[in-house]
Design a protein around this ligand. Sequence first.
Ligand code: AVJ
Length: 318
Amino acid sequence: MLKREIEDGEQSLADPAFRADVLAGLERRPRAIPARWFYDRRGSELFEAITDLPEYYPTRTERSILETACPEVAEIAGAGRAVVEFGSGSSTKTPILLSAVAPSVYVPIDISGDFLRESSRVLAAQFPELLVLPFEADFMRPLALPKTIEDTPKLGFFPGSTIGNMIPLMAVDLLKAMRASLGIGAMLLIGMDRIKDPAVLVPAYDDAQGVTAAFNMNLLERINRELDADVPIEAFRHKAVWNDDRARIEMHLEAQRDAAFTIEGRPFDIAAGETIHTENSHKYGSRDARILLRSGGWTPIREWTDPAGLFSLYLAEA
Ligand code: AVJ
């Protein structure tokens, strides 16, 4: 069966974890699909486009904070650390840190091997002295880093407010896992988006050009591309809301009419007004962020923010 499909070229082989998350997510109430599935090739391109939008302040704000903070980070962290980046993706922020800290070793960790190899090659060319050791792994669990850097103190780097995708319970687990992975004497440089006026937050996730809408809708397109599915894309619309109780932006796909479709032979019915919850982006005030870090076993030692207080960067020690 598998062989026939490949020969006919009628169906690409879907990631079984994607299939399982989509089916389980649409069967549960409220319906929800994990945000990690946004990032296929098209989704990653759309996210890159989001980072350039006038409404999407986090990327450019964090980059400008890094320009100021990294020389100070280098001073506090001292020489001779290995920089370990979590979920490196195609990060354009990494060179700012590497230029300031000048580590001997850089370990980018990502679940997407393709992206990892591509960006490692670019960085190795940009920093010829640097030993780049790409590590393909799911960083949600404690990792065994390469033996060669066992005794080298680590500086973890987790920019982009990616931690905001997790509910606090998961965020704490992740911080603990990072502490275990990075070992004795480790430091962590982490970006978190701050709580602010919903009039600023909501447009950042619902831009005028509709790029974020396309990013959200691409999840349905991906389901139709990779699974045996006939989701009527035009029946859904992008929705971004501020959940004040939980201090997070939520993205949903809202059915605009009753719709019926099948995925992998399973029938689904969705009523007009019902949503599929696709992402959380938690925001943290300064005290919230410090409590979160401490809950995860990290002691905050320094915070940097931009003049408008939109975004924060924290340096913490294990
Ligand atoms: C990559 C998780 C930091 O939450 O701001 C951007 C993802 N989603 N626009 C964020 C995202 C919609 C982004 N993170």
